[in-house]
Design a protein around this ligand. Structure first.
Ligand code: CA
Length: 228
């Protein structure tokens, strides 16, 4: 059964929702503040996040934004009042849905089912093991890259950087994020290595095939956008 993470500082509400979800057969985890919520939401075994907006420490909006940098886990925001700006902000940062408190538990359960279904369908669709960008094709199982019929030979890091950017298509990635996620080490102030590898990738793909794959986002980092 799916595991649902409740990020909510109001203990009574968290407890109430937990009981209802468990009654429905879901596994439940609770975090009472934003930071713990973020940590737990990024674990692989969480299938859906119920995320309160007004949280101590890190707000729900900020948690949502950071989760979205790394994960597509469904997020349903819980807004305390019927605040349109909160809703817009939540959906803008990548939440799947929102509910206004107080809510009817039946409605929440229905929305949870919808979000879980939608997500499992998307998961099946991307299970093809291939990422594509125009003529460019990345085979995730064999770690090979082709442009049309040409094989593009990449080093391990070049490959991982390309895969990471493609998996996060349309999201601008900072150099720090790329370092943390592709090189697996913390940011110590020198992000030149990212630029160097971006240059390698551009030589091997953009320049060679005359396409515009990797875009620089000034003051931020890099992005691969949908092909036009
Ligand atoms: Ca709250």
């Amino acid at each position: 059964m799916a595991k649902i993470l409740i990020v909510e500082d109001e203990v009574k509400i968290a407890r109430f929702v937990e009981l209802e979800l468990k009654y429905e057969g879901y596994e439940v985890e609770i975090a009472n503040d934003g930071r713990t919520g973020l940590e737990k939401a990024l674990k692989d075994d969480v299938d859906l996040v119920l995320l309160d907006i007004m949280l101590p420490g890190l707000s729900g909006i900020e948690v949502c934004r950071r989760v979205r940098l790394e994960s597509k886990v469904p997020i349903i925001m819980l807004t305390a009042k019927d605040d349109v700006t909160d809703k817009v902000a939540g959906l803008d940062t990548g939440a799947d849905d929102y509910m206004t408190k107080p809510f009817a538990i039946e409605e929440l359960l229905a929305r949870i089912r919808v979000a879980l279904n939608r997500h499992s369908k998307e998961k099946q669709e991307v299970k093809t093991d291939v990422l594509k960008y125009g003529e460019l094709e990345i085979n995730l199982a064999s770690h090979s890259v082709h442009y049309g019929k040409d094989e593009v030979t990449l080093t391990k890091k070049e490959y991982e950087l390309l895969e990471y950017l493609l998996r996060n298509k349309n999201i601008a990635m900072t150099r720090e994020q790329l370092l943390n996620n592709v090189w697996d080490y913390e940011y110590f102030g020198d992000t030149n290595v990212v630029d160097v590898y971006i240059r390698y990738l551009r030589q091997k793909i953009d320049d060679k095939y005359g396409i515009h794959l990797i875009n620089t986002v000034r003051g931020v980092g890099y992005i691969i956008r949908d092909e036009k």
